[in-house]
Ligand binder design. Structure first.
Ligand code: C2E
Ligand code: MG
Ligand code: MG
Ligand code: MG
Length: 282
């Protein structure tokens, strides 16, 4: 059994705790310090209308840059943030910062631009999530109809009644819901129909398969059809080349994001990207 004892204000763990546990605890302290020291920032990846290639919105993505310049990938630190509960504070900061950025872009004339924010399962299950969301909207004065929350399909599969109630409360705020990485989970179609969601995001894995084989586009095609039948918007993720974009457009997928259009960029770069790519706004 693992034993912990106090020494000099820090816990030292017996070897039985294992290297993995020590590494997690070390990462957790490092992450808390990084958040306090403002080493966490948001990058924004543009989303476009596939037919016109005009900007539609952006997805906010967390970045952790260490003082030495190196980046810790989100797939490494977000599980730590979830496990430690830090995601509650960090996630609130993400929503407020993305809302403030949305307001700033609107002031620059990008009035139809949407902002998507990832919400983890742990945040979503927190009893004050909807109150926090309302507070963030009120403090930043962001228009809720331009804010989209992305939840993963695994969240969408848990405790149907609780989830359905949560989604209804979020809908009341005016904020939209997207299901991220759609197609990677196993949610049933009848269940999906009961959920008040607005958008499905086709997972990058299915986008990359599109041009690989004759049947490679079948999952993307199915998601597009499903979205259409349910009256949902569709965003394809991870579009890296023109052929993928063309197949998706031919399948009837309205929106996309990926390195073909832009990598995730800084707020300054996003404003510049919009100024050069938006035919309508200044
Ligand atoms: P996601 O929400 O599915 O985000 C899409 C990921 O695909 C991002 O990785 C993005 O940089 C990457 N990507 C976009 N276009 C392309 C492309 O053309 N090719 C390739 N190969 N990759 C592309 P990133 O930024 O490393 O984020 C990974 C995951 O971390 C996200 O997946 C999301 O689940 C999570 N995440 C990021 N920011 C947040 C956050 O603020 N809160 C929460 N809870 N999770 C976040
Ligand atoms: Mg996402
Ligand atoms: Mg995704
Ligand atoms: Mg993902």
């Amino acid at each position: 059994r693992a034993k912990a004892h106090q020494r000099g204000g820090h816990f030292t763990f017996s070897r039985a705790m294992g290297a993995e546990m020590r590494e997690r605890v070390r990462m957790m302290h490092a992450l808390r310090a990084a958040f306090a020291n403002k080493e966490l920032t948001l990058a924004y990846q543009p989303q476009v209308n596939l037919a016109t290639r005009q900007p539609m919105g952006a997805e906010a993505l967390l970045r952790w840059q260490r003082p030495d310049g190196s980046f810790v990938p989100p797939d490494r630190f977000i599980p730590i943030a979830e496990y430690s509960g830090l995601i509650i504070e960090i996630g609130q900061w993400v929503i407020e910062t993305a809302c403030a950025e949305l307001v700033r872009l609107r002031a620059l004339g990008h009035r139809a631009f949407t902002m998507s924010v990832n919400v983890s399962q742990v945040q979503f299950r927190h009893p004050y999530f909807v109150d926090m969301l309302r507070g963030a909207l009120a403090r930043t004065q962001a228009p809720p109809e331009y804010l989209h929350l992305e939840i993963t399909e695994s969240v969408a599969m848990e405790e149907p009644d609780t989830l359905i109630r949560m989604l209804a409360q979020i809908k009341e705020t005016g904020v939209s819901i997207a299901i991220d990485d759609f197609g990677t989970g196993f949610s049933s179609l009848s269940y999906l129909q009961r959920l008040q969601v607005d958008c499905l995001k086709i997972d990058r894995a299915f986008v990359s398969e599109i041009t690989e084989s004759a049947r490679g586009s079948s999952i993307a095609e199915m998601v597009v059809q499903l979205g259409r039948n349910l009256g949902l918007s569709i965003v394809a993720e991870g579009v890296e080349d023109e052929r993928q974009a063309q197949v998706l457009e031919a399948l009837g997928c309205p929106y996309a994001q990926g390195y073909l259009f832009s990598r995730p960029i800084t707020p300054q770069q996003l404003a510049e990207w919009l100024a050069t790519h938006n035919a309508h706004a200044a």
